[in-house]
Design a protein around this ligand. Structure first.
Ligand code: HPA
Ligand code: ZN
Length: 339
């Protein structure tokens, strides 16, 4: 088998993908029409143009518009199912998907109904493609800690398939520290802790996410590369970094993929996963992420397979599930590399 063919066929795990950010251009047109939303977006060409960004803040404003086009809870089933369908085509076996309920609650949508439709999409994908998926709830830092606490009330009441919390959204004006109490409460509820940090802000936000929020995983963490002491702490504590290379390129966090710090993270002994973040919005998917690391940064199939194995280790799966998945990943890899 050719190297790139092996890479496309590697078994994978996705730890960081936003459900809303997975809305396909075709699907966005359909839901805008069905939801009777007033919009300038009429054709696929309009959407391809709309999905291009001048910087991170511009990306977030486009993301907000996509989010606001979800005017009915049922659209979540289609978007979730299609996200998993594409992931299954990339030989992803398990996904930990991010959902931001507050972005829709403020538009009058119902938390329980949305969660129910997401889980329907997950069950449909499990049946058709044998891919599993759990949910991480993004409390969205823009709304402040009080609102985050209210979202946690909803999670406490209904957490079907919800395994973790996160703070995404506009990073710079919203540092992690004020979320300390919310994270402590989430931990008491048995939820895993993660935070977007060091994507659009400096390494001090990653320190805060570790020291104040006690996170087990960091979304992006790109700016950690500037701080050798921080890299050492992340490695020593076994904190996972969810790298999203193409996302960082498209939002202007890095100027070229060759600049991405993923190699430095791995060389420091950090467990890194590779993820697509908002795949159609960044014109990427899990195969493109893996192949791009090969083409731009010289990652070998074995190195990429190690990333897949580490992604199992830092996932929210049970130790039994981790063991079984690791075994089946080794079997698939053996077959792939024997051909
Ligand atoms: N960062 C912060 N918030 C987000 C992102 C991201 O990459 N994607 C969707 N919401
Ligand atoms: Zn993200």
């Amino acid at each position: 088998m050719y190297t790139e063919e092996i890479i496309l066929n590697l078994p994978k795990i996705e730890q960081h993908v936003h459900i809303v950010g997975s809305t396909r251009p075709e699907t966005l047109l359909e839901i805008l029409q069905e939801g009777d939303v007033q919009t300038d977006l009429q054709t696929l060409q309009d959407i391809y143009k709309f999905y291009q960004y001048t910087d991170f803040d511009h990306f977030l404003s486009v993301y907000r518009k996509v989010s606001d086009s979800i005017t009915e809870e049922k659209f979540y089933q289609t978007i979730t199912y299609q996200m998993l369908q594409r992931n299954a085509e990339c030989n992803v076996k398990h996904v930990e998907a991010i959902w931001s309920p507050k972005d829709h609650l403020r538009n009058g949508l119902d938390y329980d109904k949305m969660l129910d439709y997401i889980n329907r999409g997950i069950r449909q994908a499990k049946q058709k493609h044998d891919i599993t998926c759990t949910i991480r709830i993004d409390l969205v830092r823009n709304y402040g800690p009080e609102t985050a606490n209210q979202t946690l009330d909803l999670i406490q009441r209904n957490h079907q398939n919800v395994k973790a919390i996160d703070i995404g959204g506009s990073e710079k004006p919203n540092p992690p520290e004020p979320y300390k109490q919310v994270y402590r409460r989430a931990k008491e509820l048995g939820l895993h802790l993660c935070a977007h940090a060091g994507e659009a802000a400096g390494s001090e936000y990653i320190w805060e996410a570790i020291n104040a929020l006690d996170v087990e995983r960091i979304g992006h963490g790109t700016s950690a590369v500037d701080d050798p002491r921080l890299l050492k702490v992340i490695a020593e504590r076994g904190i996972g970094i969810e790298a999203c290379p193409v996302s960082n390129l498209r939002t202007g966090v890095i100027k070229s993929l060759r600049e991405h710090p993923i190699r430095s993270f791995i060389n420091h002994g950090i467990k890194v996963s590779v993820n697509s973040d908002d795949p159609p919005m960044f014109n990427t998917d899990m195969n493109n992420e893996y192949v791009s690391l090969h083409r731009e940064l010289g990652f070998t199939p074995q190195e990429l397979f190690n990333i897949s194995l580490n992604s199992i280790q830092t996932s929210y799966l049970s130790s039994n599930e981790k063991q079984n998945l690791t075994q089946s990943f080794h079997k698939e890899y053996e077959i792939l590399t024997q051909k």
